[in-house]
Design a protein around this ligand. Sequence first.
Ligand code: MN
Length: 379
Amino acid sequence: MTTSDVIWAHSGDSHFMEPPGFWSRILPKPLADRMPRSEKDPDSDFETVYVDGQTFRRKLPRVAVKKTEDGKTMMDLESAAPGTGNVDLRLLDLDNEGIWAEVMYPSLGLWENMITDRDLVRAACRAENEYRKEALQDRAPDRFVPAAAIPMLDIQDAVEALGYAADLGLHVAALPTGVSEGMPDYNRDDWEPLWATAEECGMVLGFHIGTDGLGAKDNVMFNGPGGAVLNYVGTTYGGQWVAMKLVTSGALERHPDLKILISEGGATWVPFIGDRMNEGYRQHSMWVRPMLSHLPKETLYRQVYTSFQHDETAPAALWAMGYQNVMWGSDYPHIEGTYGHTQKTLHGLFDDLDPGVSHRIRIGAFKELFPHITGPPES
Ligand code: MN
């Protein structure tokens, strides 16, 4: 492939693997010891994840497992994608793949929402956000858009952490698709201060699918025939519920400058959900509260952005169904993502599309969320 054949895209969904010893580098040892860590079984493809006294086991993807010389089974993400936890190698990976800027979600940090100690999670989020600003964003401010961690066990804690992350200069905050046990659901007005603060600070709220809460921590809902595919698709729905809650409760309408990103969950669900909400709003109006100034689908289309990796129908949400906020995402370095075949995927998706549609999905929608990004050079 010659340089002129490279098709560039921004990614609305990527992950950074915290380096070894991450927590003890950023937190006092007694706190670091309670943060998420995983240990691989010596004799199977399972790992055990430890989070502040809780544990769960999960099967590792086969491609990401290797045997060491002494016969131990190890996760092998680094050889699959060298920049998984190394910023210099990551920039090389991004250049090779044709990815310019990327929203970076955590990896181990995704399990933080299992922690039930409010002080611990507050301290961890603060230290993580300082790390992400200095070690990631400042290293490549036009490429890396790391997401802030937000403590979700108390709304005032969340508000303060989001404000601090904005003061640090971060541009997006990662929120789980499901609230913590005992917390009000996202359609409740209790969260109003968080929505108001995010709007005021210009922070995008990024909801990565598969973060529905404790019960879904290993994302296994179904066993038996078809279970793997059922469970995979099942991780998608939490993102759809969040978008619907923020639309139907009026939260997004009250904060017209607030933008949310649902990462990794595809895009064609947006027109579908929009139609369903409009029908419910219109035909069941006698039960609907609050009444809204705009139909649900209008607000959904205006303020909700979505990223997809491979979905061949996703661009049609834009050109055939009028939903403008479709974004591509690599899901680097995960096996659901496009690492190693990004250019093939991008060419397959976009070569035959109208250039304006292609540009909007690869570049334009991302830049609307993150206007500080100037690259890629030719766009
Ligand atoms: Mn992802």
